[in-house]
Design a protein around this ligand. Structure first.
Ligand code: ADP
Ligand code: MG
Length: 517
């Protein structure tokens, strides 16, 4: 079933898409217009509340908050700052590859298959808007899968179009819901906003592209997007921004003066991090915007030492709260790009023209500092993570040799799972240590839970019983299986004379006349 297709017999549906695209656009336009007066009302209510508090004002304020939240949602469809974005030539394959990295944490359950048949195919469009659209589509595909599944993204050329298909093995969309896709606020998710597809439809439509969907409940959904192929590479100039400049401003003054502009530009560059700013703040108390300002100032003032300790601190925070690395990368890259746009504008406004040598020197200095930041960030990130892994490994090792006292003299060691050389030497250490510490007289080693072992491991196991004996402790092996016995028999009588054998744990306990203390 298709919602829309470029085949002529379904032309009627094409109309549906353009209608939806314009519904989204109009809605976003209205939202933009209504938001300003409402924000003013909010301000006056706050003033009023201070002058003459009244409980109704509280209610009015909270109702107003929810109205503003709805408007903000609508603005997701087309943000004014994104509307102003310039067209440029770009490769969808590259953008999509970058977007997929933002979902690395989902890849344990979800297999992502990509096939870029013409990776260098160019299109002409608004990069950030398109990135956002593909982010929304891929996010939906991932969210449609409960548990394990596959998302397949294929890029190809057909006639004069670049064609992207995004296919998931998710829940699918019921037939009667298909026509609702893209309607602002249509969502079937508890936490959904219903704005994702509205944005997608509106952007694809603006770019004179086409989008269609096929879906089958419990089987999955495939979205197909066609974008006109672009042959010419058009060079992109650096944008002149309307920034404030006063005589003799230093670069630092310039940044401080235009702080808000910098934030806006940065957020529009880091389009996918944008939605994460608040989340990251609430999880790790990390204020990305403040940190970006800090980084930029350290760079332009060449405060290398502070920059490095800041990077280390950030690496640890990022690791501690398990934040997605791809977001950090995108963020720092956006900082770098925005910084250059600002430096360019600074030079233009200052009216001096930097010569080539100066320019190269500046390039070297600035990029080196940002690279320093990234290097130290990643090293401290991975150090912290390695530390965590090492701690966990030790904990697991310890848990893997549970020596359980059942009275003052008798302990049981139930071994479970695979036993390799490394684990066996750890077991030996721990057994000897505990025998000494707890004055264990009898150790019952139960092997019923171990996976098949080879001869070498069987021999090592016997060494444990030998060591136990030397410590003056009796050892009884239980839960022996054919494979273990076979391994032991091959060694002759040397080792297994140290231990006693009982078929089951219960027999071993009977043997030692186990009584509770
Ligand atoms: P949201 O994701 O916030 O719900 P969207 O506009 O992105 O909003 O999607 C609207 C609805 O369309 C979703 O709630 C879901 O029911 C349906 N949908 C979109 N994409 C898929 C998909 N790949 N598989 C199944 N359902 C989907
Ligand atoms: Mg969505």
């Amino acid at each position: 079933m298709k919602l829309n297709s470029n085949q002529s017999h379904e032309q009627g549906d094409d109309n549906h898409l353009s209608q939806l695209a314009s519904v989204g656009q109009i809605a976003a336009g209205i939202a933009h217009e209504v938001k300003n007066p409402l924000t003013a009302v909010k301000g006056f209510l706050q003033l009023l509340q201070r002058e003459k508090p009244h409980q109704y004002i509280d209610i009015a304020q909270s109702e107003l908050e929810s109205a503003l939240a709805i408007l903000n949602n609508l603005l997701q469809v087309s943000k004014p700052d994104l509307e102003n974005e310039d067209y440029q030539t770009l490769k969808l394959s590259v953008e999509i590859e970058a977007i997929l990295n933002l979902f690395l944490d989902k890849m344990y359950d979800i297999e992502m298959i990509t096939e870029f048949k013409h990776p260098d195919a160019l299109i002409y469009g608004k990069k950030n808007q398109l990135k956002r659209a593909f982010f929304n589509l891929i996010k939906n595909a991932i969210e449609s899968i409960d548990g394990k599944g596959t998302v397949t993204v294929i890029q190809d050329i057909e006639d004069k179009d670049v064609v992207i298909t995004i296919k998931d093995t998710g829940v699918g969309i019921p037939k009667e819901k298909l026509t609702l896709l893209g309607t602002p606020f249509f969502t079937t998710k508890e936490q959904g906003t219903g704005m994702g597809l509205a944005q997608v439809f509106s952007v694809i439509y603006q770019h004179e592209g086409k989008i269609s969907v096929e879906s089958k409940e419990k089987v999955g959904t495939t979205f197909t997007i066609k974008m006109p192929l672009n042959k010419k590479v058009r060079k992109r100039g650096i944008k002149r921004l309307e920034l404030n400049y006063k005589e003799n401003f230093s670069i630092k003054d310039f940044f401080l003066e235009n702080r808000d502009h910098f934030e806006d530009k940065l957020l529009s560059e880091a389009i996918n991090v944008k939605d994460k700013v608040e989340e990251i703040h609430s999880i790790g108390n990390i204020n990305l915007l403040n940190n970006a300002h800090k980084l930029v100032l350290f760079v332009v003032e060449e405060r290398e030492h502070e920059l490095i300790s800041f990077a280390k601190q950030e690496g640890i925070a990022w690791a501690k709260y398990s934040l997605t690395l791809a977001f950090k990368l995108e963020w720092i890259q956006a900082v770098r790009r925005t910084l250059w746009v600002f430096l360019y504008n600074y030079e233009v406004l200052k009216g001096t023209e930097a010569d080539r040598d100066e320019l190269f020197a500046m390039e070297k200095q600035i990029n080196e500092l940002i690279d320093q930041f990234l290097t130290h960030f990643f090293i401290s990130y991975s150090k912290f993570k390695d530390g965590l892994l090492e701690e966990q490994r030790k904990m697991v090792e310890n848990l893997s040799v549970p020596i359980i006292p059942i009275n003052k003299e008798i302990c049981i060691l139930p071994l479970i799972g695979a036993i390799d050389n490394e684990r066996i030497s750890f077991i030996l250490d721990k057994v000897l240590f505990e025998i000494e510490k707890q004055h264990i007289q009898t150790l019952i080693i139960d092997l019923s839970g171990v996976t098949p072992i080879d001869q070498e491991i069987a021999e090592q196991l016997m060494k444990i019983t030998e060591g136990t004996l030397l410590m003056g402790c009796r050892s009884i092996l239980t839960g022996l299986r054919a494979d273990i016995v076979k391994g032991l028999v091959k060694f002759g009588g040397n080792y297994y004379s140290h231990a006693e054998f009982k078929g089951t744990l219960q027999l071993a306990l009977n043997e030692v006349g186990f009584k509770q203390d």
